[in-house]
Design a protein around this ligand. Structure first.
Ligand code: ASP
Ligand code: MG
Length: 465
């Protein structure tokens, strides 16, 4: 069971999360707990690392006080037992002292590496997990607190976005946790953080606690991995756009990955991989409504047949770039040149399309990257006479229709575009991958919600099970 920052808002929430764990233990389950930083803490620590580097002392001090306040208050709210509470406050104090020392070092050096930044970020998970662990002890569970490093998650040295070395990790984790579980002890583990082969602390990318949970679940051959969040599960559409949107009870790994990438629920894009490989179902559940079933992510073969489309997602804050030139026709390497420029500028391309005439290539990127993308494309390519024009549109959105059942089902695209056309919405660009898991297209932002509602209705998603 992994508890995310959206669930861990304060001491009361930590107590609630701990009661969920205890209740499931009392029913005879063996549980491993993974904890992420309290809500907003990782962002705050990131901010503090930069403030230290830039020597913004007043801001840094104020944030340090805030960190102290948030965690101390949470510990006092969650833990009633006098002795356990005292122990918690002691360990929080020593974490906070260490954090302050590191920030002071960075302040004096005026230099922040991704390695030291990862170490700073690790305090969010360590402090939250210390509180949660002691809250569970206070509820009479036998527990052991472990960091990602202590439990044996070994990653590469790609600080900030490290990837676990699965074989080694699985061996370590099993060796560490199995004896504890057999003795009826509940391991309580920091999410997000691990260590490289030299033992230097790494982090596994934002939202990485989900990843920790599936890595541990796969290593232990768990029955299920449960991700506790503040939402009921994956939904057929954003309920703010479509009030009749439903929680999807079962979805396949590949569909869920598609939805994670498209930002339906902010999920770590690689988090499902270990579970998918080990064939361990992943359940997304609402910690504030634990009686609800949530969404179960399973192998495709375990899904009901006949459901073609599962969800309609809307991605806002994107821009469309079109690169054109008659010289591009029949000339190999043009697309490569465009993507190389963007890749070197560290810009992620979300969607691509080129017509057979090859006179232009359209691509969609995150709106925050637009200026950087245009600048680098103009500097590197406009002079090359390969490309005559680069245009962009800002007021657009991407709509993606997701569902494994679309694969090999004729007529889905026709239904999609007919439904959109009926509402008078113009489609600017279209893309479908050969996986056929989704059909994506671009419309004007002002039309986007209308289009989402039309599609939700067309595929009867309010009746999905
Ligand atoms: N605390 C980390 C983050 O905010 C990891 C996580 O939440 O899963 O990205
Ligand atoms: Mg989080």
């Amino acid at each position: 069971m992994k508890f995310g920052g959206s669930v861990l808002r304060n001491g009361k929430c930590i107590l609630k999360a701990s009661e969920i764990v205890r209740n499931h233990c009392l029913r005879g389950n063996e549980i491993i707990v993974v904890v992420s930083a309290l809500r907003g803490v990782t962002d705050k620590l990131l901010e503090m690392s930069i403030q230290a580097r830039d020597r913004l002392l007043d801001e840094l001090k104020a944030n340090m006080e805030e960190m102290k306040g948030i965690h101390m208050k949470a510990a006092k709210e969650a833990i009633k037992n006098y002795e356990i509470r005292g122990e918690t406050i002691n360990s929080l104090n020593s974490y906070l002292r260490e954090l302050e020392n590191i920030l002071t070092g960075i302040f004096h050096l005026g230099e922040l590496t991704s390695r030291s930044q990862d170490y700073i970020l690790s305090f969010g998970e360590k402090m939250a997990t210390a509180i949660m662990n002691n809250t569970l002890r206070n509820l009479n569970l036998k527990t052991v607190f472990l960091t990602g490093k202590e439990v044996g998650i070994v990653t590469d040295s790609n600080f900030g976005n490290a990837k676990p070395l699965m074989n080694l990790t699985a061996h370590n984790v099993k060796g560490k946790l199995e004896p504890l579980i057999t003795k009826g002890i509940t391991p309580v583990i920091t999410g997000f953080i691990a260590a490289n082969q030299k033992g230097v602390v790494t982090t596994m990318g934002r939202g990485g606690s989900d990843f920790t949970a599936t890595v541990i679940g796969a290593s232990m051959a768990a029955d299920e991995v449960w991700l506790w969040t503040e939402v009921n599960g994956l939904m057929t559409a954003d309920p703010k756009v479509v009030p009749s949107a439903k929680t999807i009870s079962r979805i396949s790994f590949s569909e869920a990955v598609e939805m994670a990438v498209l930002g339906a629920k902010k999920m770590h894009p690689r988090a499902l991989e270990p579970a998918m490989q080990a064939n361990i179902p992943v359940r997304i559940k609402n910690a504030f409504k634990p009686h609800l079933e949530g969404t179960l992510i399973v192998r495709e073969t375990e899904l009901r047949k006949g459901e073609i489309v599962k969800a309609v997602t809307l991605v806002r804050d994107v821009s469309l770039i079109t690169v054109s030139g008659s010289e591009m026709i029949g000339r190999p390497g043009t697309a490569a040149a465009v993507f190389e420029v963007l890749g070197k500028s560290n810009i992620n391309v979300m969607m691509i399309s080129q017509s057979v005439s090859e006179a232009n290539i359209s691509l969609v990127i995150s709106r925050k990257d637009l200026e950087k993308a245009l600048n680098s494309l103009e500097i590197k390519l406009l002079g090359s006479n390969l490309i005559q024009g680069i245009t962009s549109e800002n007021d657009v959105a991407v709509i993606a229709v997701v569902g494994a059942g679309m694969k090999g089902t004729p007529g889905v695209a026709a239904r999609v575009f007919k439904a959109v056309a009926r509402k008078g919405v113009n489609v600017i660009m279209i893309a479908q991958g050969s996986s056929e898991l989704n059909i994506s297209f671009v419309v004007k932002e002002k039309d986007s919600e209308k289009a989402v509602r039309a599609l939700h209705e067309e595929f009867n998603l309010e009746r999905i099970k």
